[in-house]
Design a protein around this ligand. Structure first.
Ligand SMILES: [Zn+2]
Length: 302
């Protein structure tokens, strides 16, 4: 058992929002023991706050969004992942927009800033959720399943399979011995080309929505499509290489499953307690991750 921790000093990030493409500034500040991670909308009158807890999740369609009254913040999963996994239990996240900056699509800069300023131990003990019985969230027809099982140590065994010949089946076993900063935080979000084709046609690719994402290309593309991609991304000579657009070379061969791990770490942090248990996740997404956190939150309340 260890004590709670917070940041040793504030850290600030600026970048484009995923949805709006507008500039966002986010400052993560130290916070009192027991406060958990709280987001504060500094651009709104009265600077309303929302706690990063599972029961505040209101949307999981393109990322995890939390809401409490007028305070609503989208795409919280990457900063949550970095803070929580690097040992920050308490923080106040000031943000001047409805969404976090997407940065390079990963949590790399978040992790490196957290490490740069460091964390300090607080006087209260950490809170844990000890898994006593198996708990499962499943969307059977989509092949999605998240199980939380009793175990001494926190581990996540994660597998993705999108029936994609490019991505294949990818698996990663996360334990607390894994170096999150080096192995997980640099892994970027991804999108399948067919999911953004309409946006490309309409010229609506903007912000950090795709420029920084890994783009998976399942089928050969026409020269016209290729030119349109180059134009949308503002880059020349983008080609398909081994099934991925080469505007963003892969950082790891299995970067996709590592990013899904980054996401589930951030979403399970919405329990507000450290999990003592083994998580087995198959094809997880923000809905399954946050619903799992909510199931555990309800067990805690019992
Ligand atoms: Zn993500």
């Amino acid at each position: 058992m260890s004590n709670q921790r917070t940041l040793a000093a504030p850290i600030t990030f600026s970048g484009k929002g995923l949805h709006t493409g507008e500039l966002v500034t986010m400052t993560v500040r130290p916070a009192e023991a027991g406060s958990g991670i709280i987001f504060r909308r500094t651009d709104l009158k009265g600077t309303p706050t929302v706690a990063a807890l599972a029961h505040n999740v209101c949307d999981t369609s393109r990322g995890t969004t939390i809401k409490d009254g007028k305070a609503k913040v989208s795409t919280i999963e990457h900063i949550m992942s970095a803070l929580w996994t690097l040992g920050v239990d308490n923080a106040l996240v000031d943000i001047d927009a409805p969404e976090t900056p997407i940065m390079d699509g990963s949590a790399r800069e978040y992790a490196s800033e957290i490490l740069r300023v460091g964390t300090v131990e607080q006087s209260a003990p950490r809170r844990y959720f000890e898994v006593e019985e198996a708990c499962t969230y499943e969307i059977a027809k989509k092949g999605v399943k998240v199980e939380v099982l009793p175990a001494e140590e926190f581990t996540i065994d994660i597998t993705v399979d999108y029936n994609s010949s490019v991505v294949g089946v990818q698996n990663f076993l996360y334990t607390e011995a894994v170096d999150y900063t080096a192995e997980i935080s640099p892994c970027r979000t991804f999108v399948f080309l067919h999911e953004i084709e309409l946006l490309l046609k309409l010229g609506l690719i903007k912000g950090g929505s795709v420029e920084s994402a890994i783009v998976v290309v399942e089928k050969p593309i026409s020269e016209g499509t290729r030119r349109r991609i180059c134009k949308s991304f503002g880059k020349e000579n983008i080609e398909v290489e081994r099934g991925y657009l080469n505007h963003q070379p892969l950082r790891f061969d299995n970067e996709i499953v590592r990013h899904k791990l980054l996401d589930i770490l951030g979403d399970l942090a919405l329990l507000g307690r450290r999990i003592k248990g083994r998580v087995v996740a198959v094809r997880p997404g923000h809905l399954a991750n946050t619903q799992t956190a909510l199931l555990l939150e309800k067990k805690l309340a019992e």
